[in-house]
Design a protein around this ligand. Structure first.
Ligand SMILES: [Fe+2]
Ligand SMILES: [Fe+2]
Length: 154
């Protein structure tokens, strides 16, 4: 017999899986977006910030991939699409100039942090290592916001 608790647990697991998948594709897109923006950055300090954030997002993508259980072919196709989208956004924003690009990055970083807050809300009580990974990623997303704000002088 399927109990109410079973149903809630399954729904929670499905929601968690969806959040992890969204975080994975977001991170893949962001890593590519920052890589593309870095190609247009002239200011060495901004370039350093973009490269630092890009490296974090690439790590976050690897960590998120380990949490997503989906067919490999589907994951690869979704990641390729995310990369393409990230590259397009990065190129377009990079061409806009440093300040508009960073302002857009700041808004995107705030969204990225929401994804980790959602992931943390759905972690099972016993999954401490998963919680730690998500907490570290969330802390780094906040660091990204601070780095970008610093470059924007806001
Ligand atoms: Fe990230
Ligand atoms: Fe970030």
């Amino acid at each position: 017999m399927i109990t109410r608790r079973d149903t809630v647990s399954r729904l929670r697991a499905a929601a968690r899986e969806a959040v992890h998948a969204a975080n994975l594709l977001g991170e893949v897109a962001l890593a590519e977006m920052y890589r593309a923006q870095a190609r247009h950055a002239c200011n060495p300090r901004t370039l350093g910030v973009l490269r630092q954030i890009q490296a974090h997002e690439a790590t976050h993508a690897c960590e998120a991939r380990a949490r997503v259980r989906a067919p490999e072919a589907l994951l690869r196709a979704a990641e390729a699409a995310a990369r393409l989208g990230g590259r397009a956004i990065g190129t377009a924003t990079g061409l806009l100039g440093e300040r508009p690009a960073l302002a857009i990055d700041y808004a995107i970083e705030r969204l990225g942090a929401l994804g980790y807050r959602a992931g943390l809300a759905l972690v099972d009580s016993g999954a401490e290592s998963e919680r730690r990974v998500l907490e570290r990623a969330l802390a780094e997303e906040r660091e990204h916001q601070n780095l970008i704000r610093d470059r924007l002088g806001i």
